[in-house]
Design a protein around this ligand. Sequence first.
Ligand code: GLN
Length: 535
Amino acid sequence: MASKFIFITGGVVSSLGKGIAASSIAALMEARGLRVTLVKMDPYINVDPGTMNPIEHGEVFVTEDGAETDMDLGHYERFSSAALTRLNNFTTGQIYDEVISKERRGDYLGTTVQVIPHITNEIKDRILKAAAGVDLCLVEVGGTTGDIESLPFLEAIRQLKTDLGRDNSLSIHVTLIPWMKSAGELKTKPTQHSVKELLSIGIQPDILLCRTEKPIDQELRRKIALFCNVTETCVIEAMDVPQVYEVPLKFHEEALDARICEKLNIWSAKPNLDRWRDLIQKLKSPKSQMLLGLVGKYMSLKESYKSLSEAILHAAVAEDLGVEIRYIDPEEIESGGAEVLKENLESVNAVIVPGGFGKRGVEGKIMALDYAREHRIPCLGICLGMQLMSVGFARKELGRKKAHSQEFQAETAEPVIHYLKGQSESIQKGGSMRLGSYPCQIQPETLSAKLYGKTEIRERHRHRLEFNSDYASDFEKNGFRLVGKSPDGKLVEMIELESHPFFVGVQFHPEFQSKPFEPHPLFVGLLQAAKANLV
Ligand code: GLN
């Protein structure tokens, strides 16, 4: 069991960046030598976010063991070296599901099953389980204090704080100090109310992380401290910053990590944050600029491509590039035709077609991929992107005009992308996907092998359909090389186009494994190819 716990709640409004706050604290504590892990508790009733619309919920992050989780887990993994699994994210739906199954099995021996203690015990058990083997476990509660939905989670935290003992747990409340333009003042009242709300549930925050657009002066800190029963030094300013990777540094300047160590009675050396400073330095002053076209469906919410845009950023830092992302709507390409296609893609230095589900925009994505192929623009196709690279190539270069994916045309005469045989209709609809990390063998002497620097890799998947190997030799003969396969050789995982500077498609999602200090080789490769074309 982890010896120490930090519970993170949010007040006043949603979208305060609790996930980034938790991740940044994890980064600082890891830099002090602690082994950390993080847990996200989501108050909604869905069992997991897998079936939720990305526009509503943001990205679905896939863990190594194949759990479909909240996008905050992506931040957790990028900021720390914690290896997260399905234990690290649970929802109200999962908790109730488990408790009701136990009740049906007769595990509660005739007692009345209630929120307290049955639901709260299940929550506590899960937190403790996720914390096994680390020094510090950070637990983030989704939603905003005062929501009906999050009450059982807060109650579980209240109880755990007593169970764990004083020195072993800490409550951090992330709150908003809004700037009132008309009064020319920062306002503390919403924070006072939100802390009162927490107190009424029995939780006294130890540290307040105050999100603000203006600096919080000493006088204001005194006031917040007085009304919220915290010491002045525990009122931490969390100013808006342009880059999330600056947050650990800002928190450190505010001595947040030192306060945490005091309160949790942790003895550790000062953290060495040089690599973070270095990262920010590189981010702020790239040598050259480039434009990357991202052709995806969920254009109205950039959050749905979070891991992807972060992966691009990590590679950009590695290549000393500033990358502007142009979000291109494939439906506009579809309706606008060749002219709109050219307008959008002519000036981009690289193209990415990311993963996706559903028919909308598919033809526009194929047009964009064909354009990148024909105009030798460096291009990375991810999951659906790779599948559509294959469809486009089959139609135009293999003369298979009817080529399609069975996802979009079940009866297609040329199913170059198909459901695996034996995958029954019910499984297709029931949501059984290839999820999580799988091994892949890369053919030596290929661009991919060179970029990875090895031929045995593991990457994370989230899809149902696969490349149809019946077409393998036709593709191969025409320079569309199937360079990465599952160890049994049956599943095509990576493709590369010969005689193109970079036309790479992958059935997996490389973006889930990219980190600021470990940029992913495929994104680095894409930007290297783009850089070669910059004037
Ligand atoms: N819809 C495709 C499939 O299910 C691709 C999924 C994806 O891009 N993540 O195989």
